[in-house]
Design a protein around this ligand. Structure first.
Ligand SMILES: NCCC[C@H](NC(=O)CCC(=O)O)C(=O)O
Ligand SMILES: NC(=O)OP(=O)(O)O
Length: 316
């Protein structure tokens, strides 16, 4: 594996999940693999889980991790080509990424979409420029369109908790007050379409995700119908893809409550976090026996660790 930016970088997702579960049982088995190697973790946006789990994963492999919140601590970054930099940006991504490539062996980048210009966000311009100019392996820490480390941790969690070979997994839209990216649901859908699951997506009208991510999924506007016999429910808000970046509704009837779980197969409830209680997901579910959110976050370490291991093995 050279880069890890989407499910397409993985040859066998089940093998990757099994390797992650092996690492979970024995986290220090490869503690010399990353010796004298440096992981740079560059954040253009906030993070709790991705930052801490990636640092921990690197440490477990004997790597050093250097974190920079470039949005707050770095020079204002110019990402466009061909502009005269006489405004507020100070350093171009060509030099910034080029320099990072000198200091690090592997580079992790978090860069959220602006949600203003769909073409620009979906071109993954910033992530692609880091790959091009750093000239070292790059791991997405959530980009404009995807969050693959999250999706891998989600699949690890489903694999651990499933009680049948092919569980029913439902991705449901949830209300929110802010326009959020499609990266988490896009990525989850992309991974689920390759996993051994029956995958259903439910959302209000107008919240259709880009088709490239939901190929093979059953899509319905009827949440109640979608939840019947569900084994796992993945809760997430996203803003509209077609009417790009817009909030079309905040309909609270989409909020998942214990009452809604009654027709499910005692479904386990997942969310990538951070979650706004009683807006996106009910506190009674988060605090109850069906919630997997902490277990899911715990698996972020082993998702990051297996990806770093694969990159170290293939490139050094
Ligand atoms: N990395 C996990 C999710 C990150 C982001 N959530 C957020 O921005 C939440 C912000 C808020 O609730 O105000 C998202 O949905 O893609
Ligand atoms: N789930 C997730 O990526 O969390 P952070 O945004 O806190 O890293």
């Amino acid at each position: 594996m050279r880069n890890f930016t989407s499910v397409a970088d993985v040859t066998d997702i089940n093998a990757l999940v099994n390797e992650a579960l092996k690492l979970k049982k024995n986290p220090f088995a490869f503690s010399h693999l990353g010796k004298q190697k440096t992981l740079g973790l560059i954040f253009l946006n906030p993070s709790l889980r991705t930052r801490l789990s990636s640092q921990k994963a690197a440490t477990n492999l004997g790597m050093e991790a250097i974190v920079m919140n470039i949005d707050k601590e770095g020079w204002a970054l110019e990402t466009r080509d061909g502009v005269i930099m006489n405004g507020t940006t100070v350093e171009h991504i060509r030099e910034a990424a080029g320099v990072m490539g000198q200091y690090f062996d592997i580079l992790g980048i978090r860069s959220f979409p602006g949600l203003q210009n769909r073409e620009e966000d979906y071109s993954e311009d910033i992530l692609q420029k880091f790959i091009k100019y750093a000239e070292i392996p790059v791991v997405s820490l959530e980009s404009g369109t995807r969050h693959p480390l999250q999706s891998l941790a989600d699949l690890i969690t489903i694999t651990e908790h499933k009680t049948k070979p092919r569980p029913k997994v439902v991705l449901t839209w949830a209300p929110h007050v802010k326009a959020l990216p499609q990266a988490v649901p896009n990525s989850f859908a992309e991974w689920m379409s390759q996993a051994d699951v029956d995958f259903v997506v439910t959302h209000p009208e107008g919240y259709e995700l880009a088709e490239e991510f939901t190929t093979g999924a059953t899509i319905t506007h009827n949440q109640e119908e979608a939840l019947e016999n569900a084994d796992f429910i993945y809760v997430k808000n996203w803003s509209a893809y077609h009417d790009y970046g817009k909030i079309l509704t905040t309909d609270a009837s989409w909020l998942l409550t214990n009452e809604r779980l009654k027709t499910t197969n005692q479904a386990k409830v997942m969310h990538c976090l951070p979650v706004r209680r009683d807006l996106e997901l009910s506190a009674e579910i988060l605090d109850g026996p069906n919630s997997l959110v902490i277990a899911e976050a715990a698996n972020r370490v082993f998702a990051a660790q297996v990806v770093l291991k694969k990159i170290l093995e293939a490139n050094f």
